[in-house]
Design a protein around this ligand. Sequence first.
Ligand code: AMP
Length: 236
Amino acid sequence: MSASEITEASIHPASCLSVKPRIYVVMGAPGVGKGTQARRLSETFGLPQISTGDILRAMAKEDTALGMELRLILSTGELVSDEVLARVIEERTSKPDCANGYILDGFPRTLYQAQLLENIAKDQGKEIQVLKLIVPRSSLLKRLTGRRSCPTCGEIYNIYLKPPKREGLCDLDGTPLVHRSDDRPETVSIRVANYEKLTKPLTDYYLESGRLVKIQAEKPVEEVFQELCAILTQAS
Ligand code: AMP
């Protein structure tokens, strides 16, 4: 099957396309659509999507000291410590479902985390391929403040760009959609500024080692997805 033939109909575990076991890092500023694309790639290629944001949000709900600490950090839009991230990522990527490769969404975000990933990749005998989604800064605010997600199935909507059929309800399971506390305008600007400051060295690092591909993502979700699929299948 060619990338242009990849449609919703092909998103079924039995017909998953196979690609070389790699660690695919989907990078991009908050609101660029990396969660949506990582999710579709995960379904199409049968690789687990590991979203550190989702994992940390789940941990923040726990009634523990760490849970309380995470609730505070996440509500401000600041980054969680590299120590916590190291624990999360080492644990998650050592699970059996990661044996054939996996898709990282939201990790690494710092050079320290990139170094940690190099070690993990080496231990697992996997190459790293970085896919960087880019949209103009002016679009990010609209994308972020309009975002709503389904707490049951994880489907992501946008009240301006991709509204649900029934207002406030998930198309797939009818669950009331939620607005993440860190998608509020005051937090969004901190997250975007943090992202730019911290990930510039990371982008340079992967560019220099020839493992980063830039994808212009200011176009329909489907077009971006097809481009990503072409990259994954070509790289195999
Ligand atoms: P995201 O859903 O990727 O936008 O992440 C939401 C929040 O989780 C971020 O604003 C950070 O507070 C935290 N977070 C997620 N991934 C990381 C990471 N790799 N390093 C540090 N903090 C992270």
